[in-house]
Design a protein around this ligand. Sequence first.
Ligand code: C2E
Ligand code: CA
Ligand code: CA
Length: 434
Amino acid sequence: MSTTSIQLPFLQGNGFSRASRRIALAVRKNQNLAVMLVHVRDIERLCASIGHLPANAVLDDFHAQLRAIARDGDAIERLGERKFAVLLGGLRNSGHVSLAAQKIKRVASETVSKHVENMNLKLTIGVVLCPAQGNEAHELMRLAEIASLDARRQSTSVCFYETKSAEQLFEDWGLEGRLGSAIEAGDLELHYQPKISIRTREVVGAEALMRWQEPEIGPISPDVFINLAESTGQIVDLTHFAIQRACRQLSEWQEVLPELNIAVNVTPSIIQNFDIIDALQSATGIWDVRPQALTMEVTENALMADPEISHEVLTRIRDLGCRVSIDDFGTGYSSLEYLKKIPADELKIDRTFVMNMLSDPGDHKIVEHSIRIAESFGLSVVAEGVESAAMLDELQEFGCEYAQGYVICRPVPADEFVEFCRNSSLALKASGTT
Ligand code: C2E
Ligand code: CA
Ligand code: CA
């Protein structure tokens, strides 16, 4: 992470779940909604000019001013250090969005000029329409990220998502080539998010999440580049890179975190090919890592793409000694019959259910039943997307063993992860979870 970025742990989570609830409501009521993803571009310049804390105060003020101009039916959420979602309700036409974009830019320039002289806040705004272009929060955010990339590409501030433009855009940016070079040059970085035991509050593992800071384009979301890699076949090199990096990290942490387990994400195409077995054998051999220290996270949907072959590949992975986790549980279509036979050790309840479990009785039930299903099949269970102390308490009541989420710690670079583990009881206290 660059030294100029502002640390705002835990913010993205709450904002994201409120935004997903607003989207779900619009879909239920059959309302048109525009999802505008607003990226603040030149935070580094702002930090350099006035310092981190005052720069953060500018962004807080920008958020407050955006809320002040919102109308009934709109929602404004801060999703990260430099990212805001503006949901425009009661949408009539695209002119409505353009008008809102003008207002947002005006608010940005008025806000910054209150705090610093002669500076403007550059924004890019990616727009996607709901339900016309999607009706699920994660997918809409991914499409809005692509629209925002398009805006960067065209050097304009506002872009609407277009299906055609996504492919054209990847071509224009030369994204496939850039991703290939980044993998080859080792420019992709793994961040680590702690997984804790809810009972003891100790860190027991980490999920490795890939980050790509493209030198010219800036940060690109994994939801965008993993999808691209899967469609171009680059996912094989990318996954082997992730496995190698995770093993290297385990070997570097041998002394400080000897019991740590690292989970690596794998996509459908990876889990339908036996090459992953060689990749695991080779990486654990090179870095002298116990295979038990590695977990492969595979989504429920990936398993269903070809249940027979994935069953065989997973069996071989477990024969090596590595663990297998079923990711995003609850979003796929696996039958209990299939789950009964699945060669897995762990089940991860999808974050969209966990995030809304205290406000949505349906999601509450899904979380509770997923825990029971895991128990009855002898799988350990992890709740991901835990965003508040109250959720952690409720999960403990349900008998859930492990948790991951922004209220504990967001994904962080390797050195910050070690620091978190050292101070982990302290960090949990600071976030109000103990
Ligand atoms: P995932 O496997 O479901 O990973 C969890 C995602 O949830 C991560 O998003 C993480 O930052 C986010 N998250 C963690 N805690 C919370 C929380 O409390 N609230 C909310 N709202 N979100 C939380 P991220 O890092 O953007 O990754 C998105 C997806 O990209 C991942 O979803 C995974 O499918 C994929 N991905 C990331 N790295 C890799 C990789 O190395 N290989 C593969 N194949 N896929 C990857
Ligand atoms: Ca995962
Ligand atoms: Ca997941």
